[in-house]
Design a binder for this molecule. Structure first.
Ligand code: AMP
Ligand code: FE
Ligand code: FE
Ligand code: ZN
Length: 280
C-alpha cells in the first residue's frame, strides 16, 4: 500500500536554496515541499551542491526523497544555456573542483560588473552584492537585488533591462563550458544531463545541437512553458528517445513565486525512467 501511494506521488526536480539565488535553507525547502505534498524533490542550485547533504537528511526525516541535482550554465554561441544534472555522485572530486572554479569565476565576474556599473556612475558597492549573495553562488539576481536595495533601480527587472541583462551596458559574460564538455563532466560523475527551460529562449536549431551534444533529456514542465510548449517538448523527447524532467524553479521570497511550489510537478515515473537509464 505504501508503495502504491508513493507511485502516485509527484516530484519537483528544480528547486533553489540560499546556496545559490534562492532564499530558503535546504531544510526549509524540504519542509515546504513536504507541505506541498511532494514525495520526491531535487535541489538544483546554480554551480553548487552544498544543499544536498542537509536536504537528504531532512528529507529522510520528513519522508521526502532528495535526488542529487545541480544547474550548470553552458555557452552555446553567444547564448547562455542552462543544464540540469541529476543522480551524479555529489562527492565526485572532479565535479566538485569544477563547481568551485565556476563559483570563483562568478565572484570575479560580479566584481567586473560592479566596476562597469561604477564607470557609468551607478555607485553600487561590492559589499552590498555580497550581502545579497550570503553563502550562495553569486549571480546577477544578487546584483539586481542589491541595485534595488540601494535604491539605484526601481525594480529587479529594470536592473536587468537597464544594466546587467544580456547586451546591457554592465553585462559581463561568465566562464562557461561547452554543452558537450558539461555532459561529459556530469556523465563522469555518474549523472544525467537535461536542458533546462528550453521555452525561455532556445531555438529549434539550438535544441538539435544540444541533443547532438549528448543531453539525456529535456525539462518539459516549467513555469515559463505554455501547455503547447510542454506538449511540443514532450514530442521531441519521444522522437529522440530522451528523458524528461520538470519542476517549479522555486527560489522563494521576493521573487513572488511562493505559490509555484507544488504547482509544477512531474509524476514519479519520470524519476523511475531516469534511474533505469542510469543502470542501462
Ligand atoms: P547568472 O547565472 O548570474 O548569469 O544569472 C542568471 C539568472 O538571472 C537567470 O537564471 C534569471 O534568474 C536571472 N535573469 C537573467 N536575465 C533576466 C532578465 N532579463 N530579467 C530578470 N531576471 C533575469
Ligand atoms: Fe536561479
Ligand atoms: Fe535556469
Ligand atoms: Zn533554476
Amino acid at each position: 500500500m505504501a508503495e502504491m501511494a508513493e507511485m502516485s506521488g509527484r516530484a519537483d526536480l528544480h528547486l533553489h536554496t540560499l546556496h545559490s539565488d534562492g532564499v530558503y535553507t535546504p531544510y526549509e525547502v524540504v519542509r515546504r515541499a513536504r507541505t506541498a505534498g511532494l514525495s520526491v524533490i531535487s535541489i538544483t542550485d546554480h554551480d553548487n551542491v552544498a544543499a544536498i547533504d542537509e536536504a537528504v537528511v531532512c528529507g529522510r526525516e520528513l519522508g521526502v526523497e532528495v535526488v542529487p541535482g545541480v544547474e550548470l550554465s553552458v555557452a552555446l554561441g553567444d547564448k547562455d544555456v542552462h543544464l540540469l544534472a541529476y543522480f551524479f555522485d555529489p562527492t565526485d572530486r572532479n565535479l566538485l573542483d569544477y563547481l568551485t572554479f565556476f563559483r570563483l569565476e562568478r565572484l570575479r565576474r560580479a566584481e567586473r560588473i560592479v566596476e562597469k556599473l561604477n564607470k557609468i556612475n551607478i555607485p553600487l558597492r561590492m559589499e552590498s552584492v555580497l550581502d545579497q549573495a550570503g553563502i550562495g553562488a553569486i549571480g546577477r539576481p544578487h546584483i539586481a537585488s542589491a541595485l534595488v536595495e540601494e535604491g539605484l533601480t526601481e525594480t529587479y527587472h529594470e536592473a536587468f533591462l537597464k544594466y546587467i541583462g544580456t547586451g546591457a551596458p554592465a553585462y559581463e559574460k561568465k566562464f562557461q563550458l561547452t554543452p558537450s564538455d558539461a555532459v561529459r563532466l556530469v556523465a563522469r560523475a555518474g549523472g544525467l544531463t537535461f536542458l533546462a527551460h528550453p521555452g525561455k529562449a532556445t531555438t529549434e536549431t539550438e535544441l538539435l545541437t544540444l541533443i547532438n551534444a549528448g543531453i539525456d533529456g529535456i525539462e518539459t514542465v516549467h513555469p515559463s512553458h505554455s501547455e503547447t510548449q510542454q506538449a511540443h517538448y514532450r514530442r521531441v523527447v519521444n522522437q529522440y528517445f530522451l528523458l524528461e524532467c520538470g519542476g517549479s524553479d522555486f527560489h522563494g521570497g521576493k521573487k513572488s513565486d511562493e505559490s509555484t511550489l507544488g504547482a509544477y510537478t512531474v509524476p514519479l515515473s519520470v524519476v523511475e525512467h531516469m534511474r533505469k537509464r542510469l543502470f542501462r
